[in-house]
Structure formats: C-alpha cells, structure tokens
Design a protein around this ligand. Sequence first.
Ligand SMILES: Nc1c(C(=O)O)ncn1[C@@H]1O[C@H](COP(=O)(O)O)[C@@H](O)[C@H]1O
Length: 181
Amino acid sequence: MSTPSTGSTAPVIGIVMGSDSDWPVMEAAAQALDEFEIPYEVDVVSAHRMPREMIAYGEQAADRGLKAIIAGAGGAAHLPGMLASVTPLPVIGVPVPLKYLDGMDSLLSIVQMPAGVPVATVSVAGARNAGLLAARMLAAHDGELLARMRDFQQELNDQATEKGKRLRAKASGAESFGFGK
Ligand SMILES: Nc1c(C(=O)O)ncn1[C@@H]1O[C@H](COP(=O)(O)O)[C@@H](O)[C@H]1O
C-alpha cells in the first residue's frame, strides 16, 4: 500500500470480494489504485457465506474513512448490491466470470439494481476500470489526483496515436484521415 496525495496511509477504498478465488480478477483494481498511490484495503466479504460480517462491513465503511467500495463477485453475485443497500458510499460492482455462463450470471446479478440503490457496474472482469473509476471519484475532490488522471489520459491518447502511426506504416501508403500525422 502506498502513500496517497493526502499524505495519509489509511485506506480510502475498500476492495472486497465474495471469495479469495476472485483475487486473480480483482487484483487489477488494486494495481490501478497502486498506480495512483491510493491506499486501499482488501478482504473477503460474502453476502451469502458471512451475511452478518457483510452487513457490518457495509454499515461501518463510511465511518472508518472509506470513500468508495469496489465489490467483486461471481455467479449469484449479490455482494455489491447488498453492500450498496447498507452503505451511503458509492459501490462499484465487478462481475467475476466463473467456469460456467462466461460471467453473464455475475453481470446480470449486479447490473440490474432497483431504483434508489445504485451500483456502478463495470464490464465482466473489468476490475482495472473499477480501480480507475474509484480513482476518478477521489480525483473530483483532489486537485493533485485530478492532474495525474489527466496525465494518465494523455498517455492513453499518445499510445493510441502511436499505434495508428505503426498501423499505417504496416499498411504501407495508407492515408490517415487527420489524427496523429
Ligand atoms: N457471489 C458470491 C458471494 C456473494 O454475492 O455474497 N459470495 C461468494 N460468491 C461467489 O462465489 C464464487 C465461488 O466461490 P468459491 O471459489 O469460494 O467457491 C466466487 O466468485 C464468489 O465471489
């Protein structure tokens, strides 16, 4: 865990998942937060297998100083929605793909929340975007983080432009329609 721009090392993002078997997918959220030096905590919290602890986690998260929760789960993925029902914090849901159904079950369990209880659902296995979305939420109230997010976006832009250049070189003689000349 690294030092945030606030100078504190207390976790501000909670990364939780229904099982440790979700970690290979969820790790990408932690890596994204590491890139922005945002401190986070990681734990297994299952709505199905440890409902009382799950409720306590959700109820206490804001008072413990967390600013958002990233919740990943596979199959009957009720964890993100149940956390959203007991915390006032933003919850980002990550559908974890399992052996069967290609993650469609996880996606549909997370994405279709009833009005009033929002979960920001990312793509199946989209844990990196979950981390980046959490970073953007924090950046909205943190000028230094906002500047770093802009730098990150510029890097993406530069990389994509470079790929276009290389592609045109490969397809020798092909014209660009204007960008990245
Ligand atoms: N979907 C949930 C919940 C929940 O939503 O509360 N708790 C565990 N699980 C999921 O069960 C899958 C299999 O878990 P195991 O690998 O431990 O059998 C995992 O993807 C987990 O997220």
